[in-house]
Design a protein around this ligand. Structure first.
Ligand SMILES: C[S@@+](CC[C@H](N)C(=O)[O-])C[C@H]1O[C@@H](n2cnc3c(N)ncnc32)[C@H](O)[C@@H]1O
Length: 464
């Protein structure tokens, strides 16, 4: 067996070393607050500085980074046991990336360790490269030697078992005492690619057949929702560039039909970016949609999606004809953007913890802090109170969050409705392939009959 300094010095660089380096940068950036997808895009497309070397597989880096985020509780537990002192954030992230690969076990441990050590010798932004290589060599080899004992210890630590922060585990257990273990485990599974068919252009059955004929077998999981058996890049989906499909979870696809848009109606989509629900409303009816979002960059994505889906966009409100008007604005301050004419319908897809979409965004629990749901709930109530007076008597407001925490769902709606004489809550019902269901809290699930993320829906009617 090579001694420590030999092994640290002898490692030859292969693509895996560069992939581990980029993955480490992604993990470091994600753990310091950047969204995982944004960190990946920035490092893979070169916006962060030099573009990734051509031999680096973007797919491999993405898979490694997602796998590491899904094992983060266990990885942090192991790092705490293996490290006598705290490494720099980047070296620590490289160690997490390598440990994740060792846990995964698909690559030989010797190869992973050699390439992690090779990566450590050339870490960008790191001054102590010799130390870094020795540190990784020693801790990764120790993990391999003591693997069974360390994993046995990890089995007693909830964070390491469920791979979510401890406070998050407690919150899910408190909210869903019957389902908490399933919910935590399922949220570590990769969600499938779900498409919404643009029914202005094609019937769902025809779209499904067309995809299958193009080598993309799929199954229908909602009124307009098709799940692809194998996820592919959207560029490989025939018709995607022309707006025949939108990537949208089947649970999210319930929102627009629940609001029942009709031709000629004035609808406010108060928190609209990137426009998934705006475009769905406009695919269902010739309505007029004012799409607002606070975030200027994300507002641009609403425009892009409307254009790709060939939906009319107008410069000012109200538009002369059906279509959308997109504005960057704060929905809690209508005095800055409202023309005083009431809306027939309002969609409030409020900012929230995103606890219902962890399958797609495994970094979410690691960005949140205990107490965040209280902050979100206050923001959600503020939005509801600001928007309710803009609804015409007889009009409908649909409140949505992609959260499974009752503090952002039932509690917000009860607090809001309890002081309003003109607010009536209507049942929210929808049909799945296994039958009709009344829902308000939709928990994430993946079965033969249902496949969707977690959402909360409340339909409120303003009395005349
Ligand atoms: C859950 S996302 C909306 C998703 C969108 N409805 C869709 O289906 O594509 C919530 C959005 O609310 C926006 N937001 C947060 N606070 C806001 C405010 N005060 N006014 C308007 N938009 C806000 C955020 O920028 C974010 O884009």
């Amino acid at each position: 067996m090579a001694n420590r300094s030999d092994a640290a010095g002898a490692a030859r660089r292969a693509p895996l070393a560069d992939e581990l380096t980029i993955c480490a940068l992604v993990i470091r950036d994600t753990l310091t607050g950047r969204h995982l997808d944004a960190a990946l895009a920035r490092l893979l497309d070169g916006t962060a500085g030099a573009a990734a070397p051509s031999h680096v597989s973007a797919r491999a880096v993405r898979d490694m980074a997602y796998a590491a985020m899904r094992q983060m509780g266990c990885l942090r537990f192991l790092a705490a046991r293996l490290n006598a002192r705290k490494p720099s954030p980047l070296l620590g992230a490289l160690q997490l990336a390598a440990l994740s690969q060792l846990l995964d076990g698909r690559r030989a441990a010797a190869v992973v360790i050699d390439q992690a050590v090779a990566a450590a010798r050339h870490l960008p932004e790191d001054l102590g490269n010799r130390f870094s290589a020795g540190f990784l060599n020693a801790t990764l080899r120790r993990f391999e030697r003591e693997r069974a004992a360390l994993l046995q210890q990890a089995a007693d630590e909830p964070e390491a078992v469920y791979n979510h922060p401890g406070w998050w585990i407690d919150a899910v257990r408190k909210a869903w005492p019957q389902d908490w273990q399933r919910l935590l485990r399922d949220s570590l599974e990769q969600a499938p690619l779900t498409l919404r068919v643009n029914r202005r252009g094609t019937a769902v059955t025809d779209a499904s057949r067309g995809l299958a004929a193009a080598g993309l077998p799929n199954r229908q999981v909602g009124e307009s929702a098709l799940v692809l058996e194998q996820a592919v890049a959207v560029a490989q989906i025939p018709g995607f560039a022309e707006g025949a499909f939108t990537v949208q979870d089947a649970g999210a696809q319930l929102a627009a039909p629940l609001l029942r848009p009709a031709d000629g109606e004035r609808i406010l989509d108060a928190c609209a970016a990137p426009g998934g629900k705006t475009t769905h409303l406009l695919q269902l009816a010739d309505c007029l949609v004012l799409a607002l979002d606070l975030d200027a960059q994300r507002t641009g994505r609403i425009q892009e999606n409307l254009r790709r889906e060939r939906l009319p966009v107008h410069p000012s409100w109200p538009p002369p004809d059906w279509g959308a008007v997109v504005r960057q604005a704060d929905a809690t301050r209508p005095q800055g953007w409202w023309d005083g004419e009431p809306f027939d319908k309002i969609l409030l897809d409020a900012p929230c913890s995103a606890s219902g979409i962890v399958r797609r965004h495994p970094d979410v629990p690691w960005h949140r802090r205990r107490g965040d749901t209280t902050t979100f709930a206050a923001q959600q109530l503020l939005l509801l109170r600001a928007l309710w007076p803009l609804l015409r008597p007889g009009g409908t407001l649909l409140y949505v969050t992609c959260s499974i925490f009752p503090e952002e769902g039932e509690a917000v709606i009860s607090a809001f409705c309890s002081h309003l004489a003109d607010c009536v809550r209507k049942p929210v019902s929808t049909s799945w392939s296994d039958g009709q269901a009344i829902l308000s809290q939709l928990l994430p699930t993946s079965t033969d009959a249902r496949e969707h993320d977690g959402f909360f829906y409340a339909l409120l009617s303003r009395q005349s």
